[in-house]
Design a protein around this ligand. Sequence first.
Ligand code: DGJ
Length: 732
Amino acid sequence: MNIIWHEQSKQYHLYNEKISYIMCVTPVGEIGGIYFGKRIHDKDDMSYVINRFGLPNVTLDPDTESYSMELNRQEYPSFGTTDFGTQAYEVELPNGSGVSAFVYRDHKIYKGKPGIKGLPATYANDDEAMTLEITLADELAKMTLTLFYTIFKDYPVIARHAQFRNEGSSGVKLIRALSACVDLPDQDYEWMQFSGAWARERIPEVKKLSTGSVSIESKRGASSANQNPFVIVKRPNTDDFSGEAFGFSFVYSGNFIAQAECDSFGRLRILMGIHPDRFTWLLKGGDSFETPEVVMAVTDCGLNDLSRTYHELYNDHLVRGKWKNTPRPILINNWEATFMDFDEERILAIAKTAKEAGVELFVLDDGWFGERNDDYAGLGDWIENPAKLPQGMAGLSSKINALGMKFGFWIEPEMVNPDSNLFRRHPEWVLSIPGRKSSLGRHQLVLDFSREEVVDHIYNMLKKVIGGAEISYIKWDMNRSLTEVFSAELNADEQGMVYHKYVLGVYSLYERLTQEFPDILFESCSSGGNRYDAGMLYYAPQAWCSDNTDAIDRIRIQYGTSYGYPISSIGAHVSAVPNQQTGRSVPIATRANVAFFGTFGYELDLNKISAEELEQVREQIRFMKEHRALLQFGTFIRLRSPFEKDQAAWIVVSKDRKEAIFALYCMRSNVNMLPGHLKLAGLDPEQVYVMDDAEYYGDELMNLGVTLTKLSQSGLTTGMDYVSYVKVLKAR
Ligand code: DGJ
């Protein structure tokens, strides 16, 4: 790993063993792109790549009369001069103009990676990464712009963000401040996004790029289930196993935009950052603004390789604290078993049976506080309801801990019901516009987390409950989008700051709680996967993947999630049948076979299943305990897509390739067909593996494949919906 500055040609080369990222100071002093891809040799001068000519109807820089931004690759393009593509940023000066001219001033190259104040970001020590900071200045605006680039030693990854500083005395307005822009030299690419809605999150969609723009976005205040802030740009023939692809992952949990733009000259521009709609950041003299981070990855070996980069990078350099790379406790959550209709006795009855089956952690979901007996009341009143918990959280947690189980509970700190003591005392603490009605989502309003006093109040309430009991886990939910975004505390010209300040407020509460309670495992949630993003993983290493717990739907949701997020982050539970969302009845074996590839737990009352099923549950828990390190932290490889066939399959392989576990799911039966073979991947071709007492070579399993008749005892793998197989392979 190194970062080289070629003084003569004004060129930067960031490289490690896998990739090269080459940029230059352009003839007009802005930063231009030269190359992003597989590692290539370093050269003193690659300025032959720069196009120094005009074309009809192209505007040229007046000093050089031979350079147009429009005909060259840009790194962080400005608006209003010689580039007519989408700009990365825009500053409005006091005279109302929107044109900037940030030109190269100096740079720093150093070991390690700086944090971003108040924001989540990947981290690395001095041996693991190097950083380049390029500072540009706009003398007229009296501003600087610093572009940060970090290259990691062991990953084909560049992490980027930008910082604006007002060095003058009059205020300026930042009306757009994206985090990253990459121009690629041709347009023969497809765009892959992960879209959906509640209960059908992160479903992959692929589109061919052509002239014009494709974009996804969230303007909901949270990153959203509708569009995930992770996209892939790939060659048309790239699949899971081969081909070139770039990944762009936004380490942020609020409004965002990700865009691909094919211009008329063959250039492809990819942009990602905070959504510019309703974003205006006031920079008074001396103020600065830092954008969130974008993590860009590249592969020429297919999408499984790209996913592995994100899985390993996020496990090793984004997740922090005690739970980093630590296998997760097997939990039981009472939500689908009781909803809000419970008391201590009912909870203890569920917990006891779960403990006997081997479950390690009990999670008390929504309904334990205030007047919360349905979703019309109570949010904001984080004090135990004595009718349900007579000795409070302290009493219940000590009873559960006495059973030999850990205990955790649910919170939704950003929200308030109009029917709550908090709202009655502080109606001005919600996001709302004076004189206008406030939209409701699940009968609740959103607290104004852009205000420090609001965050302080919630922190103090939660600290009391958490600190007063024996707590090992917190599930942090967020069940509605932001509307009527306006803060009573801010001036008219500051209202464009509220969306981002809200996210900063959420992060600050997360930071305070995770620092105060470093041993607690946090799980993020937002009506399932409505805020499943890399930003959240910095605070909460796992996320409730979806409220859809139907195993067949979950195969698709978990499969889509795996493109950008590690398996250790995927909250996955076995729930009751018929499933509450789909009405489907899937055997308990298949429900577990899907949930094994996640954090694993149960979301039902084990007292209500048959003795035979309870015995299966005991066996599932024993299996998970034996294999969870491999299942959650092994190399995960997608084998067969649930979006293409009636079967899906994936495998996890240990780092030393001595152990692997694969799963095959029959989502819909195909009668009167030969069962065929499933080709595995990621194994050692020379190694002999044992599966069900038979021996196979690694190359045999990866090329001929597993003969599916070998999987079931009956030899039949067709003819039955929802059958699944999970098999362990061990090196002989
Ligand atoms: C939405 C979550 O996704 C569910 O798991 C559950 O916690 C409910 N909220 C509780 O209100």
